[in-house]
Design a protein around this ligand. Structure first.
Ligand SMILES: Nc1ncnc2c1ncn2[C@@H]1O[C@H](COP(=O)(O)OP(=O)(O)OP(=O)(O)O)[C@@H](O)[C@H]1O
Length: 237
């Protein structure tokens, strides 16, 4: 079997007195969308930030795209794109220039920019200053900016948070069509129904621990319930 995109083995992370993650283990296989779900404060963002090399590992082993996040952080950063939940665009320049700025770091800048403009789906507004965009427009721009460079792994923290129905659907479509044999997605969400639709496999995180994981269908069968919200209620009750 090919090596996984992400391997997290007994990851622990503490902020002062708060044990944010406690022996978290999961894998993201190549070509899949893996979702971390859980309530506020469960440790989703801490996990994603650690994988994106923005936080140090206290204990455990974490490998992303074949590279150890502590020893080979630069290699990890070259293989991934990470979209935090509260990311913003450069407001004084247009959406297109935002994309151009990122595309210029990569070999095929023009092709990359064309992909980004198409994915952002902002029509003529792509040439307006990004400071004039709504939250949903900014989110689509940033998602396009992350995906247009073809990273092996894209890490998305709450990708549809705060978006209306139309923009959420568009963002979900973009995410759903991203993986191929070399490209994977790891995302976090509070929205269990969204995750059920998007993800090949899911890890339910509660209080810093993975309390259940598997494909949505496996989890529904294991707990004999109708949806992932019910799985979660069964597991944490
Ligand atoms: N910088 C920090 N300093 C101290 N404690 C922190 C810090 N960041 C997170 N925590 C704590 O770590 C725990 C996990 O937080 P984290 O942000 O990872 O959860 P989350 O699942 O992403 O939550 P949410 O869904 O609300 O975004 C929480 O108890 C939180 O208060």
């Amino acid at each position: 079997m090919s090596r996984p995109s992400v391997s997290v083995d007994e990851l622990a992370k503490r902020y002062g007195d708060v044990q944010a993650l406690d022996s978290v283990s999961f894998e993201v296989r190549r070509g899949e969308i893996f979702g971390l779900v859980g309530p506020n404060g469960a440790g989703k963002s801490t996990t994603l930030r650690t994988l994106a090399t923005l936080l140090h590992v206290d204990d455990g082993d974490v490998t992303v795209c074949g590279h150890d996040v502590e020893q080979e952080a630069i290699d990890v950063r070259e293989s991934i794109r990470y979209l935090p939940d509260e990311a913003g665009a450069y407001e004084s320049i247009s959406g297109r220039k935002n994309l151009r700025f990122v595309a210029d770091f990569y070999g095929d800048a023009d092709e990359c920019l064309d992909r980004g403009v198409e994915m952002a789906d902002l029509g003529e507004r792509i040439d307006d200053a990004a400071g004039e965009y709504s939250k949903g427009m900014t989110r689509k721009l940033l998602l396009a900016s992350a995906l247009m460079t073809d990273p092996d792994l894209v890490i998305l923290d709450e990708p549809t948070s705060g978006l209306d129905v139309r923009n959420s659907r568009k963002v979900r479509e973009i995410i759903k069509s991203y993986p191929d044999e070399d490209r994977s997605v790891l995302l976090s969400s509070h929205d269990m129904l969204e995750v059920e639709y998007l993800c090949d496999r899911v890890g339910l995180l509660n209080d810093g621990q993975i309390v259940a994981q598997g494909s949505p269908a496996e989890l529904l069968e294991r707990y004999d319930v109708a949806n992932l919200e019910d799985v979660f209620m069964e597991v944490v009750a």
